[in-house]
Design a protein around this ligand. Structure first.
Ligand SMILES: [Zn+2]
Length: 456
């Protein structure tokens, strides 16, 4: 017996439409099997059919967050598959792609990937895919990891913050690119900060001041890294390269990206909700919850990031959800320099970007293009996720774009409830989240009883 879910509404976001329109999606055994461009009142009495009437609320494709750290196994006190995917579901995210690091072991071999998949098994409330990792000396593990299903590989050009995931040199990177250029479906992701000429620390500046931290990670680190990446990519033009969490919108960085793209290099770029929604000018001293690497920069930079997103220089937006335990965030001391760098966001991204985007006149279709269609494509899921098309997974969110809410600790679903967004009033609220036709979250009834997410 096949399972059917029919979702109908007056405002459904179909591909190619800048505005939502009346439509009905039929989802059979998890896949979209029909799309009618009309709103329907219930026309079946079959109890085999789950009928979902969204009415005036907007029906959007589920968000695909292509950059999260769920930290399990090994640092499960920081986050975990269960809490992380619940947080995702509560914010309309139907698929996350987990980063290879901060779990122990990191996902740098097939054996480690198997450990991660075992740890994730039966705990995930949304679908989960995995990135692998490139570290010095693991080039022989890369092709087997591609065959085992990782969507691509992350590497660091600067200290990653955890000793089991060392950064790579130019020659390590070349070894990895040599191997990966023969795998057309894969992608090499770069943490693009490079400290080519480390400057002396400035001991006179207090470690509790945000500006001390900001000064320690200037835009030049990102620009130098992007320069290296685009230079290397010219030697391996068949390999797609991707810059994770671009923070600087300096002319140097953006022009390197634009030149590479216009030269036909397969380069893609993401930025994060926090760079688009927060600015250094407003960050108080003594608040390490705002610390991430690269740092949140000034208001002017933030404006330029929005422009680069709107003109396509930046392709997509992700959370880089990267929590840790409170002790490591050094909240009591307010020690920004000494604190773990990482911001917790899962569950808030869609509302954050809509709050900021709608102020700028950005239509919801664009928001979903950046957070769903483009991120799905980036993670090799562009033929199953990110849009309402026949044959795609029936992942959808019923969403009220006009509802406002204030971020409180009680509302946060991730494990360590520390967020720079606490107290902020956001626009756009998820009513329910559905993965492959199954409801995984409802704002009134909570989460599904079983963890029905799959490992992709
Ligand atoms: Zn990250």
């Amino acid at each position: 017996m096949s399972a059917t879910t029919i979702v109908t509404g007056l405002r459904v976001l179909l591909p190619g439409n800048s505005l939502p329109r009346p439509a009905t999606l039929t989802i059979t055994d998890g896949k979209i099997t029909a799309i009618d461009e009309t709103y329907r009142t219930r026309d079946t009495t079959s109890d085999q059919v789950k009928w979902v009437d969204a009415g005036e609320r907007v029906v959007i494709p589920g968000v695909v967050d292509a950059h999260v750290h769920l930290n399990e196994p090994g640092r499960t006190d920081w986050e975990g598959f269960e809490t992380g995917t619940k947080a995702a579901a509560s914010g309309g995210v139907t698929c996350v792609v987990d980063m290879p690091l901060n779990s122990i072991p990191p996902t740098c071999t097939v054996a480690n990937l198997e450990l991660k998949r075992a740890a994730a098994s039966n705990k995930c409330h949304v679908d989960v895919a995995f990135w692998g990792g490139v570290i010095p000396g693991n080039q022989d593990h890369l092709s087997p990891l591609v065959d085992a299903g990782v969507k691509g590989f992350k590497c660091f050009l600067i200290d990653s913050g955890v000793e089991e995931f060392p950064c790579v040199s130019e020659s390590d990177t070349r070894k990895a690119m040599e191997v990966l250029q023969h795998s057309p479906s894969t992608v090499l992701l770069f943490h693009a900060e490079l400290d080519s000429a480390p400057s002396d620390p400035k001991p006179t500046q207090p470690s509790t001041m945000y500006s001390t931290f900001l000064d320690s990670r200037p835009p030049k680190l990102e620009t130098d890294a992007i320069s290296l990446i685009t230079r290397l990519q010219r030697s391996y033009p068949s390999l797609r390269c991707h810059i994770v969490h671009l923070s600087t919108a300096s002319e140097g960085a953006l022009s390197l990206i634009r030149e590479a793209k216009s030269a036909g290099l397969k380069l893609t770029v993401e930025t994060c909700f926090h760079y688009l929604c927060l600015s250094a000018d407003d960050i108080p001293s003594g608040h390490p919850e705002f610390k991430c690497c690269p740092p949140i920069r000034e208001q002017n930079n933030r404006q330029l990031l929005w422009e680069a997103l709107l003109d396509g220089t930046i392709d997509c937006v992700v959370s880089d959800h990267s929590p840790c335990v409170t002790e490591l965030k050094k909240m009591d001391e307010g020690d920004i320099m000494g604190a773990w760098g990482g911001i917790s966001t899962l569950g808030l991204g869609l509302s954050l970007l809509w709050t900021e985007g709608s102020k700028r006149g950005v239509p919801v279709a664009r928001i979903l293009e950046w957070t769903s269609a483009k991120t799905a494509e980036h993670a090799g899921l562009g033929d199953v996720k990110g849009q309402f098309k026949v044959g795609y997974d029936g992942d959808f969110v019923i969403w009220d774009p006009d509802a406002e809410f204030t971020v409180t600790k009680e509302l946060l679903q991730f494990k360590n409830k520390l967020s720079p967004y606490e107290g902020m009033t956001l626009r756009g609220r998820v009513s329910s989240t559905w993965v492959r036709g199954t409801r995984v979250y409802d704002s009134e009834e909570g989460f599904g009883a079983t963890a029905s997410g799959r490992l992709l």
